[in-house]
Write a protein that binds this ligand. Sequence first.
Ligand code: ZN
Length: 503
Amino acid sequence: MKSTARLLQTLVVMAAIGQMPSAWAAAAISEDDLRPHIEILASDAFEGREPGTEGERKTLEYLQAQWKKAGLKAAARDGSWLEPVAMVRRVPVQSSASYHSGKDRLRLSNEDIVLIGLEANSETAAMPTIFVGYGVNAQGEVVADVRDKAVFMLSDRADFLPEKLLSSRSRREALANKGAAAVIAVSGEQFEFTAIKRQFQSRPIRLDSNIGHAPIEGAVSSNYMVALVTAAGGDWDKLRLAAKAPDYAGQLLNSTASFKVETGINRFNSHNIIGKIKGRKSGSGTVMFMGHWDHLGICRPEGAADRICNGAVDNASGMAVLTEVARSLSRGKHDRDIVFVGTTGEESGLLGAKAYAAAPTVPLDSIKVLLNVDTIAIAPRGAKVSIIGRGTTPLDGVIENVARKLGRTIEPSTEANAFLERQDGWAFTQKGVPALMVGGSFADPELLQSFLDSDYHGPDDEAGSAIELGGAAEDASLHVELGKYFASNRKFSGTDKAKGAGE
Ligand SMILES: [Zn+2]
């Protein structure tokens, strides 16, 4: 309630001389609006907001109350706020692998192998073994027929691999989708066996669907491969070198494998939270705002001084911005529905976003634009506006027009696109939805890098005065204006090309 009369006077004068900036007319969102949400969501009481924990329960309870207060209506499928996302944690318990070459049983140590099954007990018949090099060729195609085979794939990254298939996870998925019965990563120079094994044992969270997973997955050391290949009369060094060719086509290993795998399985439901502002013109499409509520939880071993990764910048700041954008937009009337989605499991691989994109509450082709908000509290006021996803939609021009009207300047480079696949919008970009991340945090590579090199994903990403909220406040106000613009049938038809569409 501070000096409203005086502010009004100033605005009247400014309007009279034709200088009223629209940001002021729209009652800009301030640092003080954002800070309390971040302090609560990133407090130790929320235990780092890990899916499936008490931290999730508290986070969703808080957001639900805040979103309701901000004027949103519950918009999950069953009329509540929460859309369940089925998740699973798997941990290897024990396993055995046996190999035959002709009639000979191959003797291999059980030391350097770790196996995990989709189900608690998996036992396979004998099947052919095949070495597939990096799994896919330079064109991104799986290199050989892997159906019903035990497939050994190099986990290291090769220069010829297409960008989308660089990670060993994505190549494992490609092999699983082609019907491999077992996909086993071979450690190399970039990823040591102990590190890969530790990853399997760390019980990572996954979506509880079989999509992208072979019935059995695992890893072996390169020493294990030397033993396996040599015992069947082959030469591992030759195989390994041959695989460096961008058109490598794989090699059967002259042996069969059978596996017996016991896996600890813990299934649970996490949740996306969904709220909306109903538009006046039903059927004219949806504007979607998204941000992930989850973070890494208790992330340091017992005895560490600070064990909680609080995720203040990543992404309590984004949830604070979504909440205040919701409050501001729900004060007005809009043609289109405006839907807000807080996603789970982003930190484990965009899980909540992938689950939403696979089973959306509104048809994906009705989403006119999706604006994702992640790690928004890095830059001070005055930061340039960058667009993650620049060039992937026809919307860059209209977004720039809205930003310029607020006095913002534009970062025209595509450097921020380095983060395209590391944010929830990517699950939608892949399905043809125009999904972007707009703001100042990713416009200054030095500022961003200094966050990534310091507090990022550690116990020091905490609430407090050290967090720069100036840029986040400006970006929040920008998102309000973008929301108004994209939710207006008159201003934005939904098929506008960049030029001529700005108002
Ligand atoms: Zn993160």
